[in-house]
Design a protein around this ligand. Sequence first.
Ligand code: NAD
Length: 301
Amino acid sequence: MARIGFIGLGNMGAPMAANLLKAGHAVAGCDLNADAVAALVAAGGSAAASPAEAAAGAEIVITMLPAGAHVRGVYLHQGGLIEAIIAAGARPLLIDCSTIDVASAREVAEAAAKAGLAMLDAPVSGGTTGAAAGTLTFMVGGAAADFAAGQPILAAMGRAIVHAGGPGAGQAAKICNNMMLGINMQGVAEAFVLADRLGLDRERLFAVASQSSGQSWALTSYCPVPGPVPASPANRDYKPGFAAALMLKDMRLAEAAAAATATPAALGALAAGRYQAMVDAGQAGRDFSAVFPFLAAQKKE
Ligand code: NAD
């Protein structure tokens, strides 16, 4: 069993850390929010007052923070976790599970490598329900040997652990996947709005498209109209699930990566603009599939 430092005990980090405890690991946790640290202690973990304290004596250090700036801040600034680890003479494996921009992921991985530390970027898919159930998918970037070392730890929090490639490849896989999903969902939503306006029954369209070439995960597992897929957020007034604000964050990361690589991604940019419009209209906290009622309320843009 490993000693693990866990930094960032939010909506995702708290249940992930709880699963590490359930698997028998020792977890020292740190968060800016004292209640989150208290909850970890109640679940059997220990409290750390800073990232460096969480990392002290750990074989593995995991971060689950909001965005690139926080990850750079924790590892490179604020006293610098990497610096503190080196000063303590330790060599833990660093695993960042946050969803961040590829450039920040590579910057931090490079700084770690320069200091002689192994690091993986390992963003997740599966949301808070997957985090609680321990069924997350991890998309992992880093050296093969480091992936092999981190795999058993990640397996305590997830079901599918995929080695995507070198440093930053996990983040690249995450934003490419979510760009596909963000676009797919709007394709399904547009088709259902059109069906409504053509007088086509929604269940009939679902029966056809779910068995035809229009089929997609957004349609058959997460249908944005109420009815055809009982588990989808459309049946609970679009309570997330995956909030529009989080989808917007990932679409913007994809857009920035597309711009940086001169990639033609007009559909991604258009879809991002629509999630932005939802957020601007006060719908940041609704599930991203609420783009269906959002579009249904509009005439041609
Ligand atoms: P969250 O805001 O609930 O949690 C982040 C936590 O980090 C907070 O508790 C915050 O206090 C803490 N934090 C911030 N700066 C810190 C610092 N310097 N030191 C210590 N703690 C600090 O966010 P979340 O929903 O848990 O998401 C975390 C990451 O996972 C994000 O990158 C998000 O995009 C990604 N993600 C989220 C979901 C989801 O459904 N929520 C799904 C997949 C991926």
